[in-house]
Design a binder for this molecule. Structure first.
Ligand SMILES: Cc1cc2nc3c(=O)[nH]c(=O)nc-3n(C[C@H](O)[C@H](O)[C@H](O)COP(=O)(O)O)c2cc1C
Length: 241
């Protein structure tokens, strides 16, 4: 059963990694149930929920899926594959081309991410697999409606595989404040400290807690500075809001 306090969202996000080596060990169905339910709890455009989740457990089919996924044969060892299919046509009457080409993909992606985090919270590893031959996958699973968007592998991670976090850009390089290309270096300081907290979490919750308190303090001083900046900006724009 899911332990309510087993992992908070911060820990689930920061400790998640793409797992590509699995133990030959079955996953309990109640855990899969939570994963699927988490997928359904994600937001979707107009609450359309225009997706289908195919849970694949049969080894022969997992092999076919791995083959369709451009021979990513490591996938076979994951005891469960979840193939997330989008139903584009369901979105068209409501949102036209935008629904078909954008919202449907966003809906399945949001579901996938919820599933991945729920898997981690329950001690399961997962990997998002997007590289596949769509026609092969459709024919293996008999998909007649919509498109497969994502395959998730789910299972117990093999602890012999040490997974380092692939490098991420610094926040200041991917984030602007209020306007395009307007950098805010303090933002990097505060968010980067959350990154360190994520790492500390692996070692000790107490250390992470202390760092969290420091980050919050920093956040308050940044908020103050930001308010001053915004007031100046408003003054410059002639007092408009
Ligand atoms: C759209 C998308 C497609 C991906 N496709 C594959 C894939 O086909 N095979 C694979 O091994 N990993 C795939 N990944 C996983 C990424 O390689 C992985 O998320 C990235 O290297 C960062 O590592 P991390 O997930 O451990 O943070 C995909 C991820 C996304 C979001």
């Amino acid at each position: 059963m899911l332990q309510k306090s087993s992992m908070d969202v911060l820990e689930a996000i920061f400790t998640r990694r793409s797992v590509r080596k699995y133990l030959i060990k079955a996953v309990e169905w109640d855990k899969i149930g939570y994963v699927v339910r988490a997928g359904q709890m994600a937001p979707s455009s107009g609450n359309l929920q225009n997706y289908k989740f195919i849970l694949v457990t049969m080894p022969e089919l997992r092999k076919e899926i791995a083959t369709a996924c451009l021979q990513q044969m490591w996938m076979v060892d994951a005891p469960v594959h979840i193939v997330i299919c989008g139903q584009e046509q369901k979105a068209v009457p409501f949102y036209g081309v935008r629904g078909e080409r954008l919202y449907t993909i966003q809906n399945t992606a949001a579901s996938a991410m919820n599933m991945i985090l729920m898997a981690n919270a329950q001690g399961l590893g997962s990997c998002w697999v997007g590289a596949f031959d769509e026609d092969m996958l459709k024919s293996s699973l008999g998909i007649t409606d919509g498109r497969p968007h994502i395959v998730l592998t789910i299972g117990y991670a093999d602890p012999s595989e040490i997974i380092e976090m692939p490098v991420r850009y610094r926040i200041e390089n991917i984030t602007y404040l209020n306007k395009w290309k307007r950098r805010w270096l303090d933002l990097d300081r505060i968010i980067w400290s959350w990154n360190i907290i994520g790492k500390a979490m692996k070692k000790s919750k107490a250390i992470a807690g202390k760092l969290g308190a420091k980050a919050r303090e920093m956040s308050e001083s940044i908020t103050k500075k930001l308010e001053e900046e915004e007031a100046k900006e408003r003054e410059k724009r002639g007092g408009q809001n």
